[in-house]
Ligand binder design. Structure first.
Ligand code: ADP
Length: 474
């Protein structure tokens, strides 16, 4: 909505101007009477002074009322009352000027054209219709005065120095004179109000444009801030990646230098090269995880999921990881209800989530331990959990667990190989499909990682398998 406040305030300010102008007009009238009396002794001073006194009186009342409105500023009263207040002032002024004209010669008085001022002021301050109302009233009063004096309903005061005595009593002259004045008043109303109206519209358009600019500016500032944050996060990410890549690379190079420079005795060379190989594998793991992380990071905002059977993906993943678990003497238990609905996600993404969580549960478990995997429905969500009986996580590490490259001291002591990126991938992936990830753990006892994903709507559950592909390609 456009704020028209400034337009209305303009009128509020003009009220004060009208009142000040009236003091000047009253003073001018008194001076005018004194001067005119010198030229025209027939002028009746008393009624003219009385009308001027009436003007001063009602202007004082207007001043008091304007002050009252000023004290109530901020309540909206001033803005609401100003149009009618201005109209009342203009109407009273018209009556006062007609009375002054009557006592100073009627149509013989050339100051009748002063009626024009009121019409113009009304056209500038008030809506178009109101300015025509003022023109109508001014014409009626002037014509009424002229014709009443012509008909003898009102006494005529003749000004012998100014006009011929037969002028006011000549119907043709009165009609021509009145027509000229009335036409002038109406044309002035039409022209002035049209210009004022156009100006008002322009001001309105300007205000509107100004507001749009304001809105755009704040949106831009917001976007700018978001971009700045994104840029800072990206730079930080690059720095972290470089740092993580440097450590294994440095180790590989120094191992190779040892062998190539002949610093390692022949019986040690194999061991040194094996160490370099282990670090190279570590580097490969890191690069693979980083690529996956970048893929998960690329998903800006919510990703478009398709119906995927979480238990089917789980089965697939377990087929690959079971050997690793068995080699560590771990037992794997899977609990899936028979009527589980599909979830809305991407198949490859879900595979990555399961792989990361289950391989951690295997990696950070103790020989002979247990991994329990469950899938349950919770309202319109499907919740997957991977629970282990491994090393657990210290309370202070919990908040940093899903940060990129974070690895706990216990994890580092137990398994050297690790990138600290897996859980960050899990979190980003699950959240991109509108899900959530959380963890419960006790140091030394075990951990339980859970995630929830929205269940697919029933109609979509029947989507052809080809659809599944698309979600991951997106
Ligand atoms: P990585 O396993 O390569 O170190 P992740 O991002 O998968 O990286 O895990 C980050 C850290 O979270 C791990 O280093 C470890 O400290 C902790 N963590 C993850 N899963 C488990 C778990 N099942 N038990 C104990 N700690 C875990």
């Amino acid at each position: 909505m456009i704020d028209l406040h400034p337009l209305k305030l303009e009128l509020v300010e003009r009220i004060g101007w009208l009142i000040r102008l009236r003091w000047v007009a009253a003073a001018g009238t008194l001076v005018g009477i004194a001067v005119a009396r010198l030229v025209e002794p027939a002028l009746p001073v008393l009624p003219l002074v009385l009308v001027t006194a009436a003007i001063v009186f009602y202007n004082t009342l207007f001043l008091l009322y304007a002050r009252y409105l000023w004290r109530r500023r901020g309540t909206g009263l001033r803005r609401r009352r100003s149009p009618i207040f201005a109209a009342v002032q203009i109407v009273l002024d018209l009556f006062a000027l007609t009375a002054l004209l009557h006592f100073s010669g009627g149509i013989e008085n050339p100051f009748g054209v002063f009626l024009l001022f009121h019409v113009i002021i009304a056209s500038i301050l008030l809506p178009r219709l109101a300015s025509f109302g003022v023109a109508l009233l001014a014409s009626t009063l002037y014509a009424g005065l002229a014709f009443s004096e012509l008909a003898g309903w009102l006494p005529h005061i003749h000004l012998p120095q100014l006009a011929d005595p037969w002028h006011y009593a000549n119907p043709t002259y009165v009609a021509a004179h009145v027509t000229a004045v009335v036409l002038t008043l109406w044309l002035a109303a039409a022209m002035a109000s049209s210009v004022a109206e156009r100006l008002r519209r322009r001001t309105q358009e300007l205000l509107q444009a100004n507001q749009v600019c304001e809105i755009n500016r704040s949106e831009l500032a917001e976007m700018n801030e978001r971009l700045r944050q994104l840029d800072a996060a990206r730079t930080q990410f690059i720095v972290m990646v470089a740092h993580e890549l440097r450590a294994p690379m440095g180790a590989i190079i120094s191992a190779l230098n040892l062998v190539l420079g002949g610093y390692a005795p022949p019986e040690k060379q194999r061991e040194v090269l094996e160490r370099a190989q282990a670090r190279a594998y570590e580097l490969l793991d890191l690069i693979r995880d980083l690529l996956e992380l970048v893929r998960a990071r690329r998903i800006e905002g919510p990703a478009q999921g398709v119906p995927v059977r979480a238990e089917k993906v789980l089965e697939n993943v377990l087929g690959l990881l079971r050997v690793e678990a068995e080699s560590k003497g771990l037992s794997i238990e899977v609990k899936v209800p028979p009527d589980l609905p599909p979830v809305l996600a991407g198949e490859d993404s879900l595979r990555s989530v399961w792989t990361n969580l289950i391989s951690n549960a295997i990696k950070y478990n103790r020989p002979g331990g247990r991994v329990t995997i469950t899938l349950t429905q919770d309202g319109d969500r499907v919740v997957g959990s991977v629970e282990d009986t491994g090393i657990g996580i210290a309370r202070e590490d919990m908040p940093r667990l899903f940060e990129e490259f974070f690895r706990s001291e216990q994890a580092k002591a137990m398994v050297q190989r690790g990138t600290g990126v897996g859980l960050a991938i899990v979190k980003r992936t699950v959240e991109s499909y509108g899900g959530r990830v959380w963890v419960e753990s006790e140091l030394g006892k075990g951990s339980k990682f859970s995630f929830s994903l929205p269940k697919a709507p029933d109609i979509q559950a029947a989507a052809p398998p080809g659809e599944i592909q698309k979600a991951d390609q997106a």
